[in-house]
Design a binder for this molecule. Structure first.
Ligand SMILES: [Mn+2]
Length: 255
């Protein structure tokens, strides 16, 4: 069986409709929205609202961990255009989701940390199934999903508490393939060599993998990882890649 997996789409729509080519099953691990593009400050919702120069300045503040300063700057910008932040952002997100869900192949999906789950029901098609803290069966293969991210100073839109994340992991039971947005907390797969920072992985996922030993644990979230694969006991752990830069799915062959 071939499973085509993508993650971290970040509003790349070209190549999306073909991401299920030759696949028996298509899976998307979330992060559909592009709010800020750290590689190109001209792209994304923030730049659409406030222009490239302001977006570059905002990115720089966040890179330097000046989160309070960045928040004050953003507040100022929303006031300057006379817009209520949630209103202005959700209009932009809606425009991105409409295009993304239309182009996305049918299959199985979960949320990333850069997603607004509350807006998904309006766009999800009947051939797209959203799973979070749930398991499904494909040809006798048990496939479990845990979406979203954990709390960080970046305050991305879908970060949940460790307790809530653990609860979703506990709901899975035994699976053959574990599908998550964030990785298990293993340093070499959590470290981003371009951003030069450790992204937050999950110790709940690590413990689950150590205990249950699924055949595969697939994730995204870390755009340029130090290691895109590792093993935890008998489990093969794979980062399926940053779709925004690759435009290609990861093809997992399960025998
Ligand atoms: Mn991402």
């Amino acid at each position: 069986m071939q499973i085509n997996l993508i993650s971290d789409v970040h509003f790349r729509t070209d190549g999306l409709a073909e991401a299920n080519r030759d696949a028996d099953v298509f899976v998307c691990l979330g992060d559909l929205i592009l709010f800020l593009d750290y590689d190109d400050p001209a792209e994304g919702i923030f730049a659409n609202l406030f222009g490239t120069a302001n977006s570059a300045r905002y990115i720089e503040m966040r890179r330097r961990f000046k989160f309070d300063e960045a928040r004050a700057f953003s507040r100022e910008l929303f006031e300057s255009i006379g817009a209520e932040p949630w209103q202005a952002i959700s209009e932009q997100v809606a425009a991105q989701y409409a295009k993304l869900f239309a182009a996305m192949p049918g299959g199985l999906m979960t949320y990333g940390n850069v997603d607004l789950p509350v807006m998904w029901p309006e766009y999800v098609r009947s051939d797209q199934q959203v799973l979070d803290g749930e398991t499904t069966e494909i040809d006798g293969l048990r496939v479990g999903f845990v979406g979203g991210g954990l709390q960080t100073p970046y305050r991305t839109p879908f970060e949940i508490s460790d307790e809530d994340f653990q609860r979703k992991v506990d709901q899975l039971g035994e699976v053959d393939v574990l599908c998550t947005h964030i990785p298990p907390a293993v340093p070499e797969i959590c470290y981003d060599i371009v951003a030069r920072r450790l992204e937050r992985g999950s110790t709940a996922l690590l413990r689950y993998i150590e205990e249950v030993q699924p055949r595969y644990a697939v994730h995204g979230h870390v755009h340029q990882p130090l290691a895109s694969r590792t093993t935890i006991g008998r489990t093969e752990v794979i980062n399926v890649g940053h779709f925004r830069s690759l435009g290609q799915p990861y093809r997992l062959i399960v025998n």
